[in-house]
Design a binder for this molecule. Sequence first.
Ligand code: AMP
Ligand code: MG
Ligand code: MG
Length: 330
Amino acid sequence: WTVLPMSLLRFWTWEHFSSGVMANRPAVLMQLVASAYAVAEKAGTIVQKVLQSGELGIVEKSGANDLQTLADRLVQKSICASLSKSFPKVTIIGEEELPAEAVEEDLIENGQSSLILQKSCPDQYASLKEEELVVWVDPLDGTKEYTEGLLDHVTVLIGIAYGGTAIAGVINQPFYNYQMGAGASLGRTLWGVLGLGAFGFQLQEVPDGKRIITTTRSHSNKLVIDAVQAMEPHDVIRVGGAGNKIIQLVEGKASAYVFASPGCKKWDTCAPEAILHAVGGKLTDMHGNAYTYDANVKHMNSAGVLAALRNHEYYLSRVPQAVLQALPSN
Ligand code: AMP
Ligand code: MG
Ligand code: MG
């Protein structure tokens, strides 16, 4: 037992406080991603349960190709209430217009992914504050497909933006593996942060030189078809959901996502864009211009979506003039 000199004691105490307690506290961004992960997993179970109940509660929004179900409503309530409870200063923007009402306690998720909390935050985001972050929520992407039983097209999207850039995203796919039988575990969650990478899936590329285009199945028109054909594809996949199509890009099922039409909104592209960019891909409008995700930005992605894991510039170079003229970049 020796008596420590006062100066040394003060030094140790300060060190312990600054590098031990303070530095180990996860950055706000990582806490938000860790919460979004847990909230997205709960959302996935809600989407599964509403389907099991057989009562989808379908409502037409702008028309028969723009639907909302009970799952869209419950999940949006769950995500927005859970995240705003833990992060009251974050701006949260959800797809669905819902009456302001109390949210049932059983919809609130307080958990955080401990795996994500253990990862260190990229330096450039380590000191971000809650009030600087914007969260874009698509409670159920691929609603039309959900109502038609095309279950693996469905995703839950939580995107996080800072300074107008999509910097992090979480995608839950509630029915991943649903055709694999009872032995396979149902559902999965993918996530990513710029500068850190993306997780929850195996990154794969389409073999070099093979052009497989993924595009809409339920929101097509002449421009959409012309733009796809202009890519001289070897194959075209028509599936629902923006989240689903980005998963196809990062898992090597498709080489480009081409949608030459307005229709997708910021909540459709924020989380997918962050995950795609975290693994070196690129999502832009049909002109090659980036979308921005500030809180006050227009919701509609009016100039379409062009995304690829590799060779984005090739696809951009093939976009027809007629498409560029029809879809001005703001
Ligand atoms: P899709 O590839 O058709 O599944 O579209 C991707 C996302 O954009 C989904 O959330 C759609 O609901 C939305 N979307 C695309 N086009 C339209 C449209 N014409 N009207 C409403 N939503 C659309
Ligand atoms: Mg959507
Ligand atoms: Mg939706």
